[in-house]
Design a protein around this ligand. Structure first.
Ligand SMILES: CC(C)(COP(=O)(O)OP(=O)(O)OC[C@H]1O[C@@H](n2cnc3c(N)ncnc32)[C@H](O)[C@@H]1OP(=O)(O)O)[C@@H](O)C(=O)NCCC(=O)NCCS
Length: 149
């Protein structure tokens, strides 16, 4: 079941994200960033256990970003990642965004959801403020993809 995240979910969300960050599959998130952005997050629960998360962050103009999409290893390939991404896309539509983008190491997953690759420099300058603080900057291997909604 998908629902919006609550404060009590934060530590588990961090555990999920930082597990994959440790494998260089996504970027780590501090507790501070997670608390400040809690209202961006969806979680997927199976028998009261949080097994996946995603976030929709409003970026600029008509653009919103999907961030921090992760599904626990034993729960992958069951459609949970797709549902979490679709929840973000639906919320983006509801709040009036016209486009959703993602920076990811898993571009093929997002292509299956109708995203198409775009150049990093087509995205608003604002996103680079976050990039500058990233430990990987400036050697970013993430692919940028975008979808009109
Ligand atoms: C990427 C991730 C979120 C996918 O979640 P999932 O629950 O396993 O994905 P789903 O079961 O919903 O898969 C939906 C479709 O995408 C495909 N897919 C899943 N992971 C994929 C990947 N890494 N690359 C390409 N395609 C992928 C599935 O085969 C499925 O295809 P189908 O519709 O043709 O059957 C998950 O593997 C994960 O958490 N990976 C580690 C963190 C990560 O890479 N996050 C990416 C965002 S930064």
């Amino acid at each position: 079941m998908i629902r919006k995240a609550k404060i009590g979910d934060i530590k588990r969300i961090q555990e999920l994200i930082n597990y994959f960050a440790g494998q260089d599959l996504m970027l780590p998130r501090s507790l501070n960033i997670l608390y400040e952005n809690l209202r961006d997050f969806f979680i997927y629960e199976d028998k009261n256990k949080i097994v996946g998360c995603s976030a929709l962050h409003i970026s600029w103009d008509d653009l919103a970003e999907i961030k921090s999409l992760a599904v626990a290893k034993n729960y992958q390939n069951k459609g949970i990642g797709r549902k979490l991404a679709e929840a973000c896309i639906l919320e983006a539509k509801e709040i009036g965004a016209g486009r959703v983008f993602v920076l990811t190491y898993a571009p093929d997953f997002f292509k299956k959801l109708g995203f198409r690759q775009t150049a990093h420099n087509k995205l608003p300058h604002k996103i680079w403020a976050e990039c500058i603080n990233c430990p990987k900057f400036p050697d970013c291997r993430e692919t940028a993809l975008i979808k009109k909604i």
